[in-house]
Design a protein around this ligand. Structure first.
Ligand SMILES: Cc1ncc(COP(=O)(O)O)c(C=O)c1O
Length: 398
């Protein structure tokens, strides 16, 4: 929590305030937040949820997946959702859950890997490009992250990964859509290594899970990353990113129930102690899972394919525009709708700050800017953004 917020003291009013007073105050206070509709958010992996998903979410707000004895039908829908996501990732028999996001999904995956290895501590081989949720997981689970360098294509270096394996290794993690550049690691090769050393392989496709399967259908040639590779044990796939679902909606999918059971715990006070949970959270949003279920059915594969096609089309426009600006270049040709922008002539953090002054929210990685073209982005936004970027570069050079 930012310290300036934490320092303010706030009290619950003794007497409740009228709804209108509160609504007005909220409107005024929330003015400072950015909106997706402004087109200025070019740094988020989330987007404005699909209107049908919002409608469903609002309708089923009281559902609690943490209590299957009260909400058995919601839990069944969650399992159907997991199976639909599994079918997208070449394994309709996958088990798992709709969780709070990619962070929880990654923590659960490493939790399962550690338990399956029957160890209380151990090592996890990850690329240096891995999301910081793995740092959280390692801290919580007594696991040491062994960070592996990248090759010249910004993918995990497979030889270095293999060399990092020790008797303490409980898992290897590969990315199918890195946070910084949307790069896909060589998961096929990682799968071969995992099989040779009999090690758990987790794939973080929090972002790419809703992109890569559709890219393939659109004629692109993304490399394999999912359960079609025999040693992939679990995959993170987040509906609240490119799946257009309301937050919170992450997904953790395991190849089979044995893996899922490695993290399941009996709930002592439900169903005479016979009910099990396999998630980090207890009380969980049923509305999230039901909204994802409904949206998968409503958009269908064709609907998601269209979303991906549109985002990719705009991504190429952005790439062309950036390459036309003197002093800027892309870090690497994008695999998906994530673009890294670098410069050899101007100070990248300065460009970032100048963009922010003009209201644009992009992300600053150490030496490049990351731009994500999400479904809320329109061609007109990209044109305005490129014009501002051009002006900033001209000013910085003079
Ligand atoms: C590859 C990857 N994994 C996991 C996460 C974490 O997801 P969440 O913010 O939903 O917890 C992110 C977030 O951007 C991500 O890019």
């Amino acid at each position: 929590m930012p310290s300036e917020i934490a320092q303010k003291t706030n009290r619950i009013p003794e007497k409740g305030l009228p709804k209108n007073t509160i609504l007005n105050e909220l409107e005024a206070k929330l003015q400072r937040d950015l909106t997706y509709s402004s087109g200025k958010i070019l740094c988020s992996m989330c987007t404005s949820p699909h209107s049908f998903a919002k409608q469903i979410y609002r309708k089923y707000l009281e559902k609690n997946l943490g209590d299957p004895s009260l909400f058995p039908a919601s839990v069944e829908l969650e399992q159907e959702t997991v199976s639909m996501l599994g079918s997208l990732l070449s394994n309709p028999k996958a088990c798992g859950g709709i969780v709070s996001g990619g962070t929880e999904a990654n923590i659960i995956a490493l939790w399962a890997a550690r338990n399956l290895a029957k160890k209380e501590r151990g090592e996890v081989v990850v690329p240096v490009s891995a999301h910081y949720s793995f740092e959280k997981a390692s801290d919580l689970l007594n696991l040491k992250l062994i960070k592996v360098k990248l090759n010249s294509s910004y993918q995990m270096d497979v030889k270095a990964a293999e060399k990092s394996i020790t008797p303490e290794t409980v898992a290897i993690v590969g990315l199918a859509g890195s946070t910084g550049l949307g790069v896909v690691d060589p998961i096929r090769e990682l799968s071969e290594i995992a099989s040779a050393y009999n090690i758990y392989l987790h794939v973080d496709a929090a972002f790419g899970g809703f992109v890569l399967p559709f890219l393939k259908e659109l004629g692109y040639k993304p490399s394999d990353f999912d359960f079609s590779l025999p040693s992939v044990c679990s995959v993170t796939i987040d509906p609240h990113k490119m799946g257009l679902a309301p937050i919170p909606a992450g997904g953790i999918l395991f190849r089979d129930t044995k893996m899922c059971e490695a993290v399941s715990m009996k709930v002592p006070y439900l169903a005479e102690g016979e009910m099990k949970q396999s998630t980090l959270l207890g009380t969980r949003s049923g509305a999230s899972a039901v909204a994802v279920w409904a949206l998968l059915k409503h958009l269908g594969r064709a609907g998601y394919r269209d979303v991906v096609e549109r985002c990719l089309g705009l991504t190429w426009k952005l790439v062309e525009g950036i390459q036309r600006i003197d002093g800027l270049d892309i870090v690497t040709m994008p695999t998906m709708n994530v673009v890294g922008v670098k410069s050899d002539t101007v100070d990248v953090p300065l460009v970032f700050r100048e963009l922010r002054k003009r209201g644009w929210a992009v992300s600053l990685f150490v030496d490049y800017l990351r731009i994500i073209i999400m479904p809320h982005t329109k061609l007109s936004h990209i044109k305005c953004f490129l014009e501002d970027l051009q002006r900033i570069l001209e000013n910085l050079k003079t």
